[in-house]
Design a protein around this ligand. Structure first.
Ligand code: AMP
Length: 368
């Protein structure tokens, strides 16, 4: 595993359940994934010598976040199969390459325009004169590196504020819902897709996911066709998440791809036959994929951000008193505001019950 965060931690726990030993390359010795690994290499993700040495000692390499430099994934590939590939990583870590790749597959994306140099400002403003979001092409996540614009007269200032780095200007999408589809694709080309998850963001950070999403069969099928198109079109081996905007008429636009398990799929641990992390283990190990079916009427996941620690360690017992609730903590020592420290999952007879339970459990943490 290249990467030491919570996604690597949940992957490692699942891999160990299946009997594998897990080696982690991480920048911090006590990172969430390192705590659950059999072997830990502490190195920078751009330390080619360390990445190559690490890869020689393992049977396969996977990644838990897309900011591992693509060149390092390529370097690892000289020693062991890397799933997903460095080429996919290169596309997923650059919003411009990503949007173009999705559009080239014939899949729907919103209006966008590159802002890479001063000379692009005029054409971008002409292409998207109204409400828009300017995003840095690389290394943005959870709303970081983004500026909302009411109109194109704000574009030049926003680009300056973002440091004049390569950016993408996206027309503001008037979505009614945000959903995601997580899918896995095996070495044999087999694809397994979860029903869409419905996501609610606060301050551009995922706050709440519920499953199944409140969309009809037609939208679900269209979302599945898009996810399958991406998995097959980009020749993915591993797990990939497609974030989608649902428009008023039920049609869909791709927002972004994540070539890995995704925060919106954490509830599959409790609520699906095979979790997204089990799918990642199976795909990376060359095993057949597991069943993505929902095992419960409904499920919901609420993130626990560092803000909850402002009065000290939350009283976990008060949340766990709520029936159907599971607690996941990522082993992070430093609870900074906005930092993802853990999550709660609730299952229920339907999605409404699950959502009520998970919100009650989280509210109990701040009341106590
Ligand atoms: P991102 O980092 O691209 O996933 O953006 C984070 C969140 O910002 C999304 O989940 C949306 O809620 C919102 N957002 C991003 N891009 C757009 C857009 N083009 N139009 C409307 N909302 C957006």
């Amino acid at each position: 595993m290249l990467g030491g965060g919570q996604l690597g931690r949940m992957f490692a726990l699942e891999a160990r359940r299946l009997g594998y030993r897990v080696a982690v390359l991480t920048t911090e010795a006590d990172s969430p994934a390192a705590q659950t690994a059999d072997a830990v290499t502490v190195a920078a993700y751009d330390d080619r010598h360390a990445v190559e040495g690490f890869s020689r000692g393992v049977a396969a390499v996977t990644l838990e976040f897309e900011n591992v430099p693509a060149a390092m994934a390529e370097a690892a590939a000289s020693a062991a199969p890397v799933r997903p590939s460095g080429r996919l990583l290169e596309v997923a870590q650059n919003r411009l390459l990503e949007k173009r790749a999705v559009a080239e597959l014939g899949l729907p994306v919103g209006t966008f325009h590159p802002v890479v140099a001063e000379a692009d400002l005029a054409s971008a403003a002409a292409a998207i004169p109204g409400g828009a979001i300017l995003k840095t092409a690389e290394s943005g996540y959870d709303g970081k590196g983004q500026r909302r614009l009411a109109g194109s007269d704000e574009l030049a200032d926003a680009w300056r504020e973002l440091g004049k780095v390569p950016c993408i200007l996206e027309a503001l999408v008037p979505f009614t819902r945000e959903i995601s589809v997580i899918g896995a694709r095996g070495v044999d080309g087999d694809v397994a897709l979860y029903e869409p998850f419905e996501n609610h963001h606060e301050n551009q950070i995922l706050d709440l996911t519920s499953w199944p999403a409140g969309v009809g069969a037609e939208t679900r099928d269209a979302a599945h066709a898009i996810a399958r198109g991406v998995l097959e079109g980009l020749d993915v081996v591993g797990v990939l998440c497609v974030e989608l905007f649902v428009l008023e008429d039920g049609s869909l636009l791709v927002n972004e791809l994540a070539p890995r398990p995704h925060n919106s799929g954490h509830l599959t641990i409790e609520a699906a036959t095979a979790s997204q992390f089990e799918q990642q283990v199976r795909a990376v190990a060359g095993l057949p994929l597991g069943a993505p079916e929902r095992r419960v009427g409904g499920a919901a996941m609420a993130n626990l951000l560092g803000d909850l620690w402002s009065g000290g360690e939350p009283d976990w017992a008060s949340a766990l008193r709520v029936p159907g609730v599971s607690l996941h903590l990522y082993g992070k020592a430093d609870a900074r505001p906005g930092r993802k420290m853990g999550h709660l999952t609730a299952t229920g007879s339907d999605v409404e019950e699950a959502r009520r339970r998970v919100l009650a459990a989280r509210a109990a943490l701040s009341d106590s």
